[in-house]
Design a protein around this ligand. Structure first.
Ligand SMILES: [Zn+2]
Ligand SMILES: [Zn+2]
Length: 263
């Protein structure tokens, strides 16, 4: 499996992806908003884009579909319930469905509600797993729930699915928000040395060569995975004095999500 992370350089800081089979040259484009860059990369690598996958229905993920499909004849895949909001879907995906690219690539569908209620993440069946997580999980952060989502569902996705994946899983999100998210982690957990060291390293990173984190790293530097941290809980109680001394993880997650909305 070959992964190309494509930095769009737009105001929303989107990442697009091409995933290719090294044997056949078939490729899948994930959320190819910058259709021109995606088509150019495919041409330069000698790949044929045969599928387009949208992680969810927001325009900054679907806006390039038509142009890529017009140029390539690719089939369009998205969450089975996204048919009303994404035009021209060819295949609706449910939890456990496998998406194949060429002969060698198999990606498993995770049904991951929260950012929206029809959001999928794709997990590769490779020795080192790769997770294409759209706007559900960001490097050092979590998606917002303002546009069709629910924070409780997002918590469920983090607790029951993402946190259960192998620590060596590589994380490929839909946006580059790493530096800003690390600032939030440090606002909530000022004594998190790993987050502060990482921020020093990535503050001026070139998004064309962005750091690819792992889930193991996220558990150290992403406040939405650090729901038992004594510092996180103590700092939350300064803002929410009614919070108990040992709040359950869901409550901590929801309070963090609430704070992040206005941070
Ligand atoms: Zn979105
Ligand atoms: Zn987005």
């Amino acid at each position: 499996m070959i992964i190309e992370q494509i930095w769009t350089g737009n105001a929303y800081r989107n990442f697009n992806y091409l995933i290719a089979c090294p044997e056949t040259g078939e490729a899948m484009a994930i959320d190819p908003l910058d259709y021109k860059k995606c088509l150019d990369v495919a041409t330069a690598r000698g790949w044929q884009i045969t599928q387009v996958l949208n992680t969810h229905e927001h325009f900054d993920h679907t806006g390039g579909n038509e142009k890529v499909i017009a140029a390539t004849g690719a089939k369009l895949l998205a969450h089975v319930n996204a048919g009303d909001s994404i035009g021209g879907m060819d295949r609706g995906l449910q939890a456990g469905d496998v998406v194949k690219v060429g002969n060698t690539v198999e990606l498993e569908t995770l049904d991951t509600p929260g950012h929206t209620m029809s959001h999928v993440c794709l997990l590769s069946h490779t020795e080192i797993p790769a997770l294409f997580c759209g706007d559900t999980l960001f490097n050092a952060g979590a998606g917002n729930c303002h546009h069709g989502g629910h924070p409780k569902e997002l918590y469920g996705t983090f607790a029951r699915q993402l946190s259960q994946l192998a620590d060596n899983t590589r994380v490929y999100p839909g946006h580059d928000y790493l530096a800003n998210n690390l600032e939030f982690t440090l606002d909530r957990e000022p004594d998190n040395e790993q987050a502060s060291d990482l921020l020093d390293n990535v503050r001026d990173q070139d998004p064309n060569k962005a750091l690819v984190s792992t889930l193991g790293m996220e558990k150290e530097i992403n406040t939405f995975f650090r729901l038992q941290s004594p510092t996180v809980i103590a700092k939350l109680r300064e803002v929410f004095p009614d919070l108990s001394e040992q709040p359950d993880p869901e409550t901590v997650f929801l309070k963090l999500r609430e704070l992040r909305n206005s941070w």
